[in-house]
Design a binder for this molecule. Structure first.
Ligand SMILES: [Cu+2]
Length: 139
């Protein structure tokens, strides 16, 4: 079980303000917000625009640790993750971010493909799922 250690590390990061994003400038790009409340992603579906830089803000209002695990959406993209969260990357790019209780993750990226993309929380016993629709640029 690495969970208690991770929890302690995340808590430490919160206390120290290591990843405190309030000190950084607000991005000019549009923002889109997902709230986690009572083990539910709200809203269940959000829409983004292909090729438009966006900051996806995921706020965890629960007392539990949650994960944002995108399926396919971020593959091969440049992604910047800030906030008091713990991002994980693998060979395909951004893979997952752990968000502490009352914490948030800010994910800045430019969606490169249109379509419907799902994301989940993969923590044991959490049956949480949401959807991101990337629409074509209408301009
Ligand atoms: Cu969860």
């Amino acid at each position: 079980m690495r969970s208690p250690i991770l929890r302690a590390a995340l808590l430490g990061a919160c206390v120290l303000g290591l990843f405190n994003s309030s000190a950084t400038a607000k991005p000019a790009a549009p923002e889109s917000e997902i709230v986690i409340r009572e083990r539910t992603f709200i809203p269940a579906v959000i829409s983004l625009t292909k090729d438009e830089l966006v900051t996806l803000i995921i706020k965890n209002e629960d007392h539990d640790l949650h994960a944002f695990v995108p399926l396919l959406l971020f593959q091969g993209l440049n992604v910047m993750v800030t906030g008091n969260s713990a991002p994980e990357f693998n060979e395909t790019g951004f893979a997952r971010v752990l968000i502490p209780p009352r914490g948030q993750a800010e994910i800045r990226f430019r969606p490169g493909t249109t379509g419907r993309f799902f994301y989940i929380c993969d923590l044991p016993g959490h049956n949480m799922r949401g959807e991101i629709i990337v629409a074509p640029d209408s301009s």
